[in-house]
Design a protein. Structure first.
Length: 248
C-alpha cells in the first residue's frame, strides 16, 4: 500500500542544556494532544550528534494525513489572532524556555516509504540514524530518490544500514531530498565511513551521487527516550507531565 501521508520536518535550535527537556516536552506533552486534536502522529524526535553537525539541536518529524490533514492542522493552529492554538498556550510558553528557533519543511514520502505505524510493527531500530540532506537540480528530486533505491540501497546494506525513509521536500520545485537510514550499531557507522574510499561499490555510488547532486550532507541522530523508533509506539497520555509555569 502506497504511503499517502505528508511529514513536517523540523530543525530546532536548543537553548543551553535543555535538549533532553525539549525532547521530553515534545513527545510526552505535545504528541498525545496532537494525536487527539489533529490526528498527527509523532514520526520521530532525535538529538543530533554534535560532532557531525551543529549543536545543541533536535530534529522532529510529524506524520500528517496527507495535505488534507496538514491543511486541517494549519487551520487548527493559525486561525487565531495570536497565530497559535489557544489550547496550547501553556505548552508554547513552556517550550520557549527550551528552544530558540527552528527551520521547518514539508516532506512528501516515496510511495514505498513505510509509515511510522508500519515501521513500529516491523521493529525497525537503530543505535544511531544517518540523516542525509541532498540538494539536487530543480525537478530531479524523484529521480534521485529512485537512484538511491536502486543503486545506493544495495551498497549501504552490507554495512547493516536500512533505508527507513526517502522524502522529497515540497514547495521547492523538487530540488531537495531527505533520506533516513537506521544503523544497528555505532561500529557499523564507522565501518561504512571508513570504507568510503576503499569499497569499490561505495566509490561508484559516490561518483554517481556527485554527478547528479549539488550537495550532500550526512549527519547522525540518536532517538529520544519516547521516540517511536525506540519504544515501538506513539507517546501516550500517561507519558505527559503536569507542569506549571514559573509565575503560577
Amino acid at each position: 500500500m502506497a504511503n499517502d501521508k505528508v511529514y513536517i520536518h523540523e530543525f530546532i535550535d536548543i537553548i543551553g542544556h535543555n535538549r533532553a527537556n525539549y525532547m521530553h516536552h515534545m513527545t510526552a506533552n505535545f504528541s498525545p494532544m496532537a494525536q487527539v486534536q489533529r490526528h498527527q502522529l509523532c514520526y520521530g524526535v532525535w538529538g543530533t550528534v554534535g560532532t557531525t553537525r551543529r549543536w545543541p539541536e533536535v530534529v522532529n518529524m510529524w506524520e500528517e494525513d496527507g495535505f488534507e490533514g496538514l491543511s486541517t492542522s494549519f487551520r487548527h493552529e493559525f486561525n487565531h489572532p495570536t497565530l497559535q492554538d489557544p489550547d496550547l498556550a501553556k505548552w508554547w510558553a513552556r517550550a520557549s524556555q527550551f528552544r530558540r528557533a527552528g527551520i521547518d519543511r514539508v516532506l512528501v514520502p516515496a510511495p514505498w516509504t513505510d509509515t511510522i505505524e508500519e515501521l513500529c510493527a516491523k521493529g525497525v531500530r537503530g543505535e544511531t540514524y544517518a540523516h542525509e540532506l541532498v540538494k539536487v537540480p530543480a525537478g530531479t528530486a524523484w529521480e534521485m530518490i529512485e537512484r538511491v533505491r536502486q543503486d545506493a540501497q544495495p551498497v549501504y546494506e552490507p554495512y547493516g544500514w536500512q533505508l527507513v525513509g526517502a522524502f522529497a521536500t515540497a514547495m521547492c520545485m523538487e530540488s531537495e531530498v531527505i533520506l533516513l537510514w537506521a544503523i544497528p550499531t555505532w561500529e557499523q557507522w564507522g565501518q561504512f565511513e571508513r570504507a568510503q574510499l576503499t569499497d569499490a561499490a561505495l566509490v561508484a555510488w559516490r561518483d554517481q551521487a556527485i554527478e547528479h547532486s549539488e550537495s550532500w550532507d550526512r549527519f547522525l541522530l540518536v532517538d529520544s527516550p519516547l521516540c517511536p523508533f525506540r519504544t515501538g509506539r506513539q507517546p501516550r497520555e500517561s507519558d505527559r507531565d503536569s507542569y506549571q509555569l514559573p509565575d503560577e
